[in-house]
Ligand binder design. Sequence first.
Ligand code: ADP
Ligand code: MG
Length: 244
Amino acid sequence: MIKFINVYKAFNDQCIPLKNINLEISKGEVVVVCGPSGAGKSTLLRVINKLEPIDDGEIIVDGMHLSDPKTNLTKLRAEIGVVFQHFNLYPHKTVLKNITLAPRKVRGLSRKQAREKAVQLLERVGLAHKRDAFPIQLSGGEQQRVAIARSLAMEPKIMLFDEPTSALDPELISEVLEVMISLVKEGMTMVIITHELAFAQKVADRLIFMDNGEILEVGKPADILVNPQHARTREFVSKILHVH
Ligand code: ADP
Ligand code: MG
């Protein structure tokens, strides 16, 4: 579904967030990416929908070669839902409007079709009663669930999450993770940057540990967390788990 072949990206001589990345993610697979700040995790995610161009190598997403100038970026991006740390909802639009906007514009849904779909999705994330609220009237966890519903309204084949719970108060994290777990159960292909290692252990088919633009370890979460091969991974995991 997503294939990285010798992917290289540099911002300048000193900053090379992706150094020869090779990675293949299958349909329905859930991959969690962790690693220290500055490792290149967000860049790894952003090149998948070509929010960032790469300098060398190739990325193939659902058969589309990203280096091919003929690849339709609108089609590519319509297949990929992205959820960021900061929810990026339109502040002056209601919850319902936030969700119906892109399906109407990009997918060509009628107002009625888009509303029906949005209401279904809001029920699914437990926020049907908030459809007429504005983002500022919602908690962070609620805003993030609306952001996920908004992505799902485009019927993506792939969902990317960049630290979706790291801006949330601790007691609001689980409501967002629950929505993500429901997506895992449906078989969505997902790449998730998160430091929620218990969650990773529960849902991830594979865990990737990145540092300094490289994938240092990739494997089953239990193996990597319990028996990391690299000193850097060990150090990182122990810091996250607060055990020394
Ligand atoms: P992470 O998500 O793991 O914290 P990022 O992928 O955001 O890492 O960043 C990797 C490196 O690339 C960092 O050193 C960061 O400062 C740098 N970087 C990210 N985006 C840009 C940019 N647009 N221009 C220049 N440097 C950038
Ligand atoms: Mg990041």
